[in-house]
Design a protein around this ligand. Structure first.
Ligand SMILES: O=C[C@H](O)[C@H](O)[C@H](O)COP(=O)(O)O
Length: 160
């Protein structure tokens, strides 16, 4: 798969490790920064990953900040982006299988790299279970909310 990864300064050390790990798994990774620990603003990086998803240049995203909260909130402001903060492997695969999560969010000040790798593994191996009507019904409801409250974004959302 093609994956976009980005972090702010707080997420930078973990982002470097996760990026290398994802490449080792055989995926193509687009590293959208940050490129050092100089103080930066997490929305800038959430925006870059969201834009790559919306443009269709990547299939999935990974975002990292200090807690994970900031990039998660910011990414979910973009149509078609379904970001979930997962610090356990169950959420990391279930979020894709049930909710078609397309951005995995990690908090670099919360988890260590070993658990982060396992979460990334679970996330990247998982697929949305489109044959399950209840998951599709719920996802369509999420999309309907998006359409209602982001009407100006109609047409810019991701194809699912
Ligand atoms: O949710 C926000 C993120 O965790 C940021 O990474 C965090 O606020 C950065 O904190 P500081 O500017 O104190 O390094």
């Amino acid at each position: 798969m093609k994956i976009a990864i980005a972090s702010d300064h707080a997420g930078f050390p973990l982002k470097e490790e996760v990026r290398d790990y994802v490449r080792k798994l055989g995926h193509e990774v687009e590293d959208l920064g940050a490129y050092n620990t100089e103080p930066s603003d997490y929305p800038d990086f959430a925006l870059l990953v969201g834009k790559a998803l919306i443009a269709g240049t990547v299939e999935r995203g990974i975002l990292i900040c200090g807690s994970g909260v900031g990039v998660c909130v910011a990414a979910n402001k973009m149509p078609g982006v379904r970001a979930g903060m997962c610090h356990d492997t169950y959420s990391a695969h279930q979020g894709v299988e049930h909710d078609e999560m397309n951005v995995l969010v990690l908090g670099a000040r919360i988890i260590g790299s070993a658990l982060a790798y396992e979460c990334v593994d679970a996330y990247l191996k998982a697929n949305f279970i489109a044959s399950e009507p209840r998951f599709v019904r719920r996802l369509n409801k999420v999309k309907a909310i998006e359409k209602t409250y982001m009407p100006d974004a109609a047409g810019t959302t991701l194809a699912s």
